[in-house]
Design a protein around this ligand. Structure first.
Ligand code: FE2
Ligand code: FE2
Length: 140
């Protein structure tokens, strides 16, 4: 429906920003829900998780429009599952690079606690890469 029509438009630029904002909102609500759970406020937790789900639906709607337009999002192609797994693999590699930079910067600035926490996350990112690699191999 949107094929090639979005590319280069201001709408496309705003759609990408809106997608990122919805993703941010989804995770913010999930984190708030976890805090409500820790406080024993279970009805609030449930409501916040519902709001998070709603943001997820919005993000998916935005993403689908970008996908239908064959838009390249952050330099990545969006396609079928095998394409998406390959995209995710590349993206996880970038996360590892970002972690390395963050660890080095945090150490340079004397923020050892930050560096150590990011090192733990970096190990997870490497595990994600191996997992995605094995998922790709299951399909091809
Ligand atoms: Fe939303
Ligand atoms: Fe990751």
């Amino acid at each position: 429906m949107f094929k090639k029509k979005l590319h280069g438009t201001k709408t496309c630029q705003l759609l990408k920003a809106a997608f990122a904002a919805e993703c941010f909102a989804e995770h913010r609500f999930k984190i708030f829900a976890r805090i409500a759970q820790d406080e024993g406020l279970y009805a609030i937790e449930a409501a916040l998780n519902e709001l998070a789900y709603s943001q997820q639906m919005h993000a998916e709607s935005h993403f689908k429009m970008l996908q239908e337009s064959e838009e390249v999002y952050f330099g990545f192609e969006i396609g079928n599952t095998i394409d998406n797994l390959k995209t995710a693999l590349v993206a996880e590699g970038l996360e590892v690079n970002e972690c390395s930079e963050l660890i080095k910067t945090a150490r340079d600035e004397g923020l050892e606690v930050v560096a150590e926490r990011i090192e733990e996350i970096s190990i997870d990112e490497m595990a994600h890469i191996h997992r995605l690699d094995s998922l790709i191999n299951q399909i091809i």
